[in-house]
Ligand binder design. Structure first.
Ligand SMILES: Nc1ncnc2c1ncn2[C@@H]1O[C@H](COP(=O)(O)OP(=O)(O)O)[C@@H](O)[C@H]1O
Ligand SMILES: [Mg+2]
Length: 788
């Protein structure tokens, strides 16, 4: 039972909520007020589609509200109560995008979401009804109450088969028949193959082939035995041949060795002879003694020579020392000589100067100094007297000048006289002073000159100092130099003698060394001789050994014919090869025969296999026939059962929904392979609804059929939707329908939805009654008014 429907932006519904109860619920309103839209919404909520959408009269976007204002999303929600469980199903559509969200929940738990087709599957599973059944058996589209009767005759059985989904049996049956025909074709093809295979001939050929095969195999075996024998013989011969060849080779090697030894012997003999000649008449012991003696002499001479050389070197270095001494003496003599010459020149100069100046310069200086001091003293005294006189004149010029002797005041005349006297005295004194000054200057000059002369004399004296010592040194040095030069001369003479001695020793050493070398050579020859002698003996022994081995080998080879052995070996190898070739050929033949045998056996096997397959295919054909018969029978039985159930239900409700008594029964009857709806007259005879019954009778019969379909096909819903069912009904029939819906139908169907524009049917309502209003001219939205 549907308890609630909610619509949002669904066609003309902006936001409508409707609640329903068991019994007959009605939606009443004028044409275009939005009634059918509600039923479409219920169908869409359950299955994601509704008839007008399914038949493509509408597009999904068309159900989203366009007027009065265009919306983008439409939503529907349906609440169902099934055996006490509350199911809520919601779907929403977005413009341009199709169904965007679907959900089914049961008892508040989401069963499936958001995939649309999976929600539809969940609905089908829980409601046990699919879209086909719902749209045909429950939801009679507008004006389609008599849907069944509008199906052309001849097609009704097919449509109802589809509704029952037993049309699939028919499809399966035809498929089975087609399959059986195809299998039969295959069987025939295989059969014809079998018939073409001649088993008897094949068996005869096989017998012959096998006999030949055995014969060839035996032949190959005997050849193999021969090959084995030949191979053994060959191996033995090869062994013998190889052994002999080896001995021969060894023999050759030994021969070569022998030749080598002989050649060596020859060379050694020659060497020996030469050495014998070289040492003839000489004794090894004597030579050794001489050698040792010479060596001793050499070492002695060497020691002495070394000593002489050391002495010589010492003398040489002593001479060089003396020479350098003499040369440095010479240098010193030259140096001192020059200095002496210089001093001598100065001495002469001094003597000359002395004779010119006089010897006593100091006395001259002191006398001149005395003169100078006297003049200086006198000048000083004179100057003091002048100063006193000047002072007295100044005194006289003052007003009350007293006489310095008598202390009386001097008269002016006296003063003047005195001043003149004094001035005269000053003049005399000044002349004396000038004289004295001139005397002093002269004395100064003289003193200066005397001093200079004394200084020069002193300087010359200093330079001359040590001239006697110098002369003495110079003489000593010269004496020394003469002595050293003599020594050098003597030493050089003795050095020449020493050199001669060294040369003598060197000569003697050379001679001794030459002798030692000769003796050494002789000793070596004695050594060589012994060595060669030993070598000679050794080689002689080796030759004996090689000769005895050669005899041994010769013994082995003698009496053997290598050529004959070789040709026998070659013959054996040829035989062996020939056997191999023959075996190969025969094996090829054998293989060929085997292939032929296998080919024939294959044919026999194929024939066997085909026979089995034909039997299997025949069995399949039989099974398919049984299967298709069973399908046909099942289909017929299902159809019969459906008709029985529908007829049973219709007759049960007929009394309830048909208010008159002239027609007592209704049935669906098979006629000429199709269904017809029939009514039974009181007399018991059946009349066809089409053609014979009145419009009202036809409508009630159609209603009975619809109720029966609903109850038989969707027994768990017990629901019926009637959209404008009054289309073909007269007033009386409408009244009858109203009464039936109000009074009788509730016993049979739990919930009915009546959709009508006919306000007379208002009294048929036993559940909810909604009036729908809409201002169509203004593109208004649907207004839903709950009346009851
Ligand atoms: N998408 C839509 N938006 C607005 N109005 C629509 C839409 N689709 C259909 N309609 C209007 O809704 C009305 C059809 O509603 P319907 O349920 O068939 O009416 P009725 O009551 O006759 O069954 C029409 O008048 C139509 O113009
Ligand atoms: Mg309508």
């Amino acid at each position: 039972m549907i308890t609630k429907v909610k619509l949002k932006n669904w066609r003309s519904h902006a936001d409508s909520t409707l609640e329903f109860t068991p019994g007959t619920n009605a939606l009443i309103g004028i044409m275009g007020s939005g009634k059918s839209s509600i039923m479409d919404a219920i169908c869409f909520a359950l299955f994601g589609t509704f008839p007008n959408l399914q038949s493509k009269k509408l597009k999904l976007d068309d159900v989203i509200m366009k007027k009065p204002s265009e919306k983008n999303v439409a939503e529907v929600e349906v609440v169902l109560d099934l055996n006490g469980t509350k199911y809520t199903i919601k779907r929403s559509i977005e413009r341009g995008k199709g169904t965007m969200f679907s959900e089914i929940s049961a008892g508040g738990n989401v069963l499936e979401s958001p995939n649309s087709s999976r929600v539809s599957e969940a609905v089908e599973k829980n409601l046990k009804v699919n879209y086909e059944l719902f749209s045909k058996a429950i939801y009679s589209e507008q004006n389609a109450l008599d849907y069944f009767l509008t199906i052309p005759r001849g097609q009704r059985m097919k449509r109802i088969d589809e509704l029952l989904m037993i049309d699939k049996f028919e499809k399966a049956r035809t498929n089975a028949v087609t399959l059986a025909n195809r299998v039969s074709d295959r069987r025939s093809a295989k059969q014809s193959v079998i018939e073409q295979i001649d088993v008897e001939t094949i068996n005869q050929i096989l017998k012959e082939l096998r006999a030949i095969y055995i014969e060839t195999s035996q032949e190959i075996n005997s050849l193999r035995k021969k090959t084995v024998d030949a191979s053994q013989k060959r191996k033995a011969l090869e062994g013998e041949f190889e052994g002999l060849m080896k001995v021969k080779e060894e023999f050759e090697f030994l021969k070569r060795d022998e030749r080598g030894i002989e050649k060596s012997l020859e060379v050694v003999s020659k060497n020996l002879a030469a050495l014998e000649q070289a040492t003839k008449g000489l004794l090894k012991e004597k030579a050794q003694k001489d050698f040792d003696e010479t060596k001793r002499k050499i070492s002695e001479t060497n020691a002495e020579l070394r000593k002489k050389k050391t002495d010589f070197e010492a003398a040489t270095s002593a001479i060089s020392d003396k020479k350098s001494n003499a040369s440095s003496l010479k240098k010193e003599i030259d140096l001192l000589g020059k200095e002496y010459e210089k001093k001598l020149a100065r001495k002469k100069e001094y003597e000359q100067f002395k004779s010119e100046i006089g010897a006593d310069t100091e006395r001259q200086i002191s006398e001149t100094k005395k003169l100078l001091d006297k003049a200086t003293e006198d000048a000083t005294k004179t100057y003091a007297k002048i100063s006193d006189l000047n002072e007295f004149i100044v005194h006289l010029q003052s007003p009350e000048t007293k006489c310095p002797i008598c202390e009386t005041i001097l008269s002016e005349e006296r003063k003047k006289l005195l001043i003149v006297q004094k001035y005269q005295q000053i003049k005399q004194l000044q002349e004396t002073f000038e004289n004295l000054k001139a005397q002093k200057e002269m004395a100064d000059e003289k003193l200066e000159k005397a001093r200079e002369a004394a200084e020069k004399m002193q300087m010359l004296l200093t330079e001359i100092a040590g001239i006697d010592v110098l002369r003495k040194d110079l003489e000593d040095l010269k004496k020394n130099f003469v002595e050293t030069s003599n020594e050098v001369f003597n030493a050089e003479n003795s050095l020449t003698n020493m050199r001669r001695e060294v040369q003598n020793f060197e000569e003697r050493l050379r001679e001794s060394e030459l002798r030692r070398n000769d003796l050494e050579l002789l000793m070596a020859k004695f050594g060589d001789y012994e060595e060669k002698k030993f070598e000679f003996e050794q080689l002689t022994m080796e030759r004996q050994q090689v000769e005895s081995r050669l005899q041994e080998k010769e013994k082995k080879i003698s009496g053997k014919d290598l050529l004959a052995l070789d040709s026998e070996l070659k013959q054996t190898i040829a035989e062996e090869r020939e056997y191999d070739v023959r075996i190969n050929e025969m094996e090829k033949l054998l293989k060929e025969r085997m292939q032929r045998i296998e080919g024939q056996e294959e044919k026999l096997k194929e024939a066997e296999k085909y026979k089995e397959e034909v039997l299997r295919l025949e069995q399949t054909i039989r099974n398919l026939k049984i299967f298709s018969q069973a399908l046909e029978q099942t289909q017929v039985e299902l159809r019969q059962e459906f008709i029985i159930a529908v007829n049973h239900t219709m007759n049960e409700i007929w009394q309830a929904i048909y208010p008159y008594h002239d027609l007592v029964g209704v049935r669906l009857q098979v006629e000429e392979g199709d269904y017809v709806l029939q009514l039974q007259e009181r007399s018991g005879s059946w009349i066809n609804v089409e053609g014979i019954a009145s419009g009202g009778e036809r409508s009630i019969a159609a209603l009975a059929l619809r109720i029966a379909f609903s109850l038989v096909l969707a027994p768990q819903l017990r629901m019926l939707i009637l959209d404008e069912p009054t289309a073909n009904l007269d007033a009386n029939a409408i009244e009858v329908l109203g009464t039936t819906l109000r009074e009788r139908i509730s016993d049979i169907i739990d919930q009915t939805f009546l959709i009508t524009h006919d306000e007379k049917l208002e009294n048929a309502v036993t559940g909810s009654l909604y009036k729908l209003e809409r201002e169509k001219e203004k593109d208004g939205v649907t207004k839903v008014i709950n009346i009851a």
